[in-house]
Design a protein around this ligand. Sequence first.
Ligand SMILES: Nc1nc2c(ncn2[C@@H]2O[C@H](COP(=O)(O)OP(=O)(O)OP(=O)(O)O)[C@@H](O)[C@H]2O)c(=O)[nH]1
Ligand SMILES: [Mg+2]
Length: 279
Amino acid sequence: MAINWYPGHIAKAERELKEKLSLVDVVVEIIDARLPLSSKYIGVEKLIGSKPHIIVMNKSDLADNIESKKWNDFLNKNAKVLLTSANSNKDISNIISAVIEAGKDTIAKLTAKGLLPRPVRVMIIGLPNVGKSSIINKLIGKKKAKTGAKAGITRQQQWVRINPRVELLDTPGIIPMKLENQDAAYKLAMVNSVGEATYDIIEVARVLVDLLKVKYPNEIRNYYNLQDDIELTIENIGKSRNLLIMGGEVDINRAAALVLSDFRHGKIGKFTLDTLFTK
Ligand SMILES: Nc1nc2c(ncn2[C@@H]2O[C@H](COP(=O)(O)OP(=O)(O)OP(=O)(O)O)[C@@H](O)[C@H]2O)c(=O)[nH]1
Ligand SMILES: [Mg+2]
């Protein structure tokens, strides 16, 4: 079954994103550290153009540390890369420093023209559920007041001064989902970046177990107490957790929901689902 959503809205979303992008100096793209490839917006470079681009690999607390380092090295060839967890204040201040650094040249160009220096303008973009709002809320904090709407921006969007040197657009850029790639679509469903109404949780859970079976077999066997001679399937996971329906059969829906929930909460382990193939 193919996962598909937002049909027909892609062009409009891209247009709106482009409009907002034209207002900022620096773009912070949030991706899910568990999916450094599948949650990365293909074509983002084309939309951003020559603006400085910072990639934030968020939810790194749920990802495989060794893999995160490899992906960091790979992605930072084209952008500044940060590994974050939205609840770490240190990671949040690293984002602010990176934004100031990335915007330096733009501000220097203004002052070279005799204009007054102004704060670096930045916006956050990213797929659903990657942690955009969590990071924006942390960046803004409680005390900071909104600086007011500016011409050309709809009333819902405001600049917030988060620091004397940085102004943030308080609504994130919505990245249009183009999901020709079903491998990525399934993985995005696993991390809950896709509305549950659009996919079959049993199918997604099966693909997740098949992936973990290859990448992290020991962790998943240990977590569900499955010996080596028992096949790794959601049926057997359901059995080991005693999720049965009348007649003693496994309640496959509950087993699938359990596996997805355990994975999403990092209970089975810290996993990265995209594999970086290097020579
Ligand atoms: N473990 C962990 N959870 C996180 C992190 N960042 C965000 N979350 C959780 O992920 C969920 C989604 O976070 P949001 O900040 O709402 O994500 P969003 O990108 O704004 O999502 P949409 O508004 O739906 O597009 C929430 O339950 C957060 O608490 C993180 O670094 N680590
Ligand atoms: Mg949000």
